[in-house]
Write a protein that binds this ligand. Structure first.
Ligand code: PLP
Length: 464
């Protein structure tokens, strides 16, 4: 057996240290070559300097509503995309328990052979919720894209206009379509005049533009109505991923498509069940001929298993709550909370994009600053996501707050107090080695005890 050792990680938990693999096996050699890629070298330096990937690989040990124990600390969780708090809603739990006792923990085989009755019911309910003829469910949203995009658009004579900032799963799925002959053009749909010119000048037989309904990092809803008009004028198909809009927008909770009253005539909608609906799964919704075609051509649908019964019936219960007065009240509370938090953060001097979605992004800039800011908030008792490249453009790190309708007023007050403490902390930010950046000293101390380089050397190497 080849001599290979991947166990040289000096780690007491599951932090990612990105250390070189020891040994002479081909796999160790391959990993070590991959570790030389520039983006990995940079990540590796952060990992070494900050003692693991820091808030990117934390362990959640307990969850109780919005409270959680993460890496041994009790915090309020502002890092989960479960916007309406359905994960513990009594009706959802009751439905999930019922599904387990009726159907067990498994949903049979691929849907191409047979479907449980409840999943067919869920497809109908999703179609009703978003206002489409039909929907088709896959294991998650990424699987939906991987099945739908190559099946519909993987051919010569197709141009895929993919928004630069659209979710990575659409970029991955589009590469499969490219391998099957499509042309891929990355665009920035904020510049609507430029994209209209591009669509108009393109004589491809099929043109499609792909966007997010709500951008997962910035939390904004793009100009979809305008884009749909441009699509109509230029014969371009509109493909939307509304993973973050479902349950959150629209009178029924049908997402941006319902809120903007968009027609399905020339549009395909995709989204997930594990964000606003608090369950698991993904779907594509469209006119009947599109869905019929996908049932015999989406490889994710044909060659993968499907949702567990508790996710199916939990989603059905969540949709029922969504489309009730209770759901409307939860959405109204979320909107009020979003406005209040945005305004409060701006008053503290933070840069926060406009909007009313539950995703509130706070621009930080430098990556190290972003990570240290996330750590400071964590110590103040709130957990938010510290987001870096490639989820944001290089050097545009941000803190992402995910609001939840069941966050209490006290928890929102705690969030604002934590950001106020962060503001004072950042006011001392000249260099990451400045007197206020005590965390770096803490990390440096640990590095030195382990006989590694000092943090100041890493800071120089990173050019911070
Ligand atoms: C816009 C968007 N699309 C797709 C996904 C992937 O979702 P899933 O986990 O269902 O594959 C995400 C995940 O966060 C997302 O934000």
């Amino acid at each position: 057996m080849a001599n290979s050792d991947f166990s040289n990680q000096e780690s007491s938990n599951h932090e990612v240290h990105l250390q070189a693999a020891l040994g002479s096996a081909p796999l160790a050699g391959h990993i070590n070559r991959l570790l030389k890629k520039p983006e990995i070298v940079r990540a590796r330096r952060f990992a070494q300097m900050l003692d693991g990937f820091h808030l990117k690989n934390t362990l959640t040990e307990q969850v109780d509503g919005r409270k959680a124990v993460i890496d041994g600390r009790s915090v309020v969780n502002f890092g989960s995309a479960n916007y309406l708090g359905f994960e513990r809603h009594p009706a959802v739990l009751e439905a999930a328990r019922h599904a387990l006792s009726e159907w067990g923990n498994h949903s049979g085989c691929s849907r191409i052979f047979s479907s449980h009755e409840n999943i067919v019911r869920l497809e109908r309910e999703i179609a009703r919720l978003v206002g489409a003829d039909e929907s088709l469910i896959c294991a998650n949203t990424s699987q939906v894209h991987q099945g739908t995009i190559p099946a519909l658009f993987g051919a010569a004579g197709v141009t895929i206009y993919l928004d630069r900032y659209a979710h990575t799963s659409m970029h991955q799925a589009s590469l499969i379509a490219v391998a099957k002959g499509a042309r891929l053009q990355r665009v920035d749909i904020r510049d609507l005049a430029a994209v209209e010119n591009q669509f108009r000048d393109d004589s491809a037989q099929v043109k499609v533009v792909m966007i997010d309904g709500v951008y997962s990092m910035q939390g904004h809803v793009p100009e979809i109505r305008e884009l749909q008009k441009i699509c109509d004028r230029t014969g371009t198909i509109l493909y939307i991923d509304d993973a973050h809009g479902i349950a959150v927008y629209g009178e029924r909770g049908g997402g941006v498509v319902e809120m903007l009253d968009l027609s399905f005539e020339n549009m395909i909608l995709t989204a997930g069940l594990q964000k606003g609906l608090g369950a698991y799964g993904g779907f594509v919704a469209a006119r009947k001929p599109v869905i019929d075609f996908l049932r015999v051509s989406s490889r994710s649908y044909i060659f993968s298993g499907t949702l567990q019964p508790q996710a199916v019936e939990g989603s059905l219960a969540a949709i029922a709550v969504c489309d009730s007065d209770e759901g409307r009240n939860l959405r109204a509370r979320l909107k009020t909370m979003s406005k209040k938090v945005r305004q409060g953060l701006r008053e503290l001097g933070f840069v926060v994009p406009a909007g009313d979605s539950p995703i509130v992004s706070v621009a930080m800039g430098a990556e190290l600053k972003t990570l240290l800011a996330g750590r400071k908030l964590f110590d103040e008792g709130v957990y938010v996501n510290s987001v870096l490249y490639p989820a944001t453009p290089k050097g545009e790190g941000l803190l992402r707050i995910s609001l939840n309708a069941i966050h209490t007023d006290e928890e929102i007050a705690l969030l604002m107090t934590a950001f106020s403490a962060l503001k004072s902390y950042l006011d001392g930010y000249r260099s990451p080695l400045g007197p206020n950046f005590s965390y770096l000293k803490e990390f440096a101390g640990r590095q030195l005890r382990r006989g590694r380089r000092s943090s100041s050397e890493w800071v120089k190497k990173l050019g911070l």
